[in-house]
Write a protein that binds this ligand. Sequence first.
Ligand code: CAP
Ligand code: MG
Length: 399
Amino acid sequence: MADAVATYYFRPKEGITPEWAAKAIAEEQTTGTWTDVSTREEYVHYLDGQVGKITPSGDGYQVAIRYPAEIFEIGNIPQYLSVFAGNLFGLSRIAGVRLLDVEFPKEIIPFKGPKFGIEGVRKLVGTTDRPHVGTIIKPKVGLNPKDTAEVAYEAAIGGVDLIKDDETLTDQKFCPISERLPAVMEKLDQVKSETGRNVLYAVNISTAGDKILERARQAKEMGANMLMIDVIVCGFDAVRVIAEDPSINLPLHIHRTMHAAITRNREHGIAMRPFCRLVRMLGGDQLHTGTVSGKMEHDMQELIGDNRTLTHPWHGIKSVFPVSSGGIHPGGVVEEIRVLGSDLILQAGGGIHGHPDGTRAGATAMRQAVDAAMEEIPLATYAEDHNELRRALEKWGKV
Ligand code: CAP
Ligand code: MG
């Protein structure tokens, strides 16, 4: 069996050598601990972590640690995370440590991955190569089911391919799923009969571990055509549980609220890259990775690499649609596509519902911006005879 290799950035505290620190990580995560122990029998050493070459990186160092395949309980994601990303973050002699990436050998991926992937989602929507446009219903919470469905209709008729709930809307009294989902789906059916277009609605089923599967099954029965899971707060395995359930068979939109508490610090925590790999192997069909120009901070090189991790061939597992979301508006669309390519979902909440002429015009303006980018026509030129786009650019400008 092939081993798994994890790459870390780390910065030892003063007086601690990089060699000592890297070895401390490898030992803590495998067969050692802070001191010699008489119980570390000779026969357990085949599970030792192997420290690779240590190279300077920024204010610290980078190292690859090889974990023997046998250390993993195949298919147990919490256990995988405890190996790659467990106690090491708290070691007191290391000022900072960040897990950058993990090379997973095929042997420890007993999962089927996304059921739909980019191609499958494109087939549902009926596109070949253009980026998809999505929206998050705003305000995040508060609208009743009827108004939520009305906003969904306006966005869909205006041209979006995907509508999603915001992360804090789940199944509260003011907008229960049992009323919201059928109301939205009815409006999307109306859009289908009026325009022939198939619009997806990712209803947020995020909830506790013992309830999420039941919620997913109920949503399916109520006519859902997509499900949304918030992967950090629900746990990675929630994606697998829903993806593998034979009665569900719906594309999964994966949001990642709380990720920045883990991913944002360049010196400590976990980069988005390992999360991209986990979501892909566990069966997410689309995943938020960040934006080139939006309201959330991202490192551009990491973002480009994360999107590639989702879209490039990998162990024969279907690709995942990367989602650019957070402060996106029509004026930023061209730049997102230029940097991230067109296998992309461009999602705008404020950038659609904040359009001076309302949601429908906002959705149309987003689609016009995508068309301008695909036809390689400068945005300002395209806006001359596309009123919705022009009005959006007047409000937000061009990135
Ligand atoms: C976007 C969003 C998303 C963030 C998360 C929000 O709304 O719905 O949750 O994009 O970003 O509530 O902010 P707007 P990330 O379009 O109105 O900004 O996953 O990159 O952290
Ligand atoms: Mg949100």
